[in-house]
Design a protein around this ligand. Structure first.
Ligand SMILES: Cc1cc2nc3c(=O)[nH]c(=O)nc-3n(C[C@H](O)[C@H](O)[C@H](O)COP(=O)(O)O)c2cc1C
Length: 204
């Protein structure tokens, strides 16, 4: 069974809603999700790093604030210099999701920042692997999976309403799909790694 850490911040509950959908997707695919929610003023991430240590994959989630990750997520990213210096996350799989108020809201920048962050750690990136969800019917269908047409990570858009009603079903399905995709990829990665280790000549 693959273990997938889901590290996220949520100021008003929308990213939290999605994080729990991502976790559901991981579990539905046979993986073990570990939800790690960053608190607003958190500066000690020791327990997070301990729990991430044996994860096969890390999925990062942040709301888009001012066109990028939120400050608490950035605090976590900066604190991760500790695992960075010992290459603790090298070769773990990585993925991300975000939510913004506007349909665009510059949230691609949030996902790009998280992908670069993962690359700095030597992680391997997993995108959505999904075709855009609403290109065929000229509608702005809210129930289509990947309706916002993102490849680098899962995107969602939330109205200024309770997380009980927004993001909508399509965005929540996208989050579940991302969790499932990462769990399956992590299981394959784990199996492939053990086969490769039995044949060291193949990997030099
Ligand atoms: C400080 C702040 C900055 C924001 N910046 C953006 C932004 O750049 N683009 C956007 O579309 N929405 C922006 N929003 C809206 C949030 O992305 C949106 O409300 C999201 O659902 C919040 O997620 P959360 O409930 O997990 O905090 C911003 C909200 C806040 C509080």
């Amino acid at each position: 069974m693959s273990k997938v850490a889901i590290v996220y911040h949520s100021g008003f509950g929308h990213t939290d809603r999605l994080a729990r959908d991502v976790a559901q997707g991981v579990a539905d695919a046979g993986g073990l999700p570990d939800l790690l929610r960053i608190e607003p003023q958190q500066s000690d991430f020791g327990e997070f790093f301990d729990r991430i240590a044996d994860a096969d994959a890390i999925i990062f989630g942040s709301p888009t604030y001012m066109g990028t990750v939120s400050a608490p997520m950035k605090a976590f990213m900066d604190a991760s210099a500790r695992p960075y210096f010992v290459k603790a996350w090298k070769d773990k799989l990585g993925a991300a999701f975000t939510v913004s108020g506007s349909p665009s809201g510059d949230k691609l920048n949030t996902l790009t920042s998280l992908a670069i962050f993962a690359a700095q750690h030597g992680m391997l990136w997993i995108g959505t692997g999904q075709a855009p969800g609403n290109n065929d019917d000229h509608s702005a269908a809210t129930d289509a999976e990947n309706r916002l047409g993102s490849f680098i990570g899962a995107m969602a858009q939330a109205a200024n309403e309770s997380p009980d009603v927004t993001p909508g079903s399509g965005d929540r399905a996208s989050a579940r799909a991302l969790g499932g995709r990462v769990a399956v990829a992590a299981a394959r990665w784990r199996r492939g790694e053990s086969e490769a280790l039995r044949a060291p000549a193949l990997i030099g």
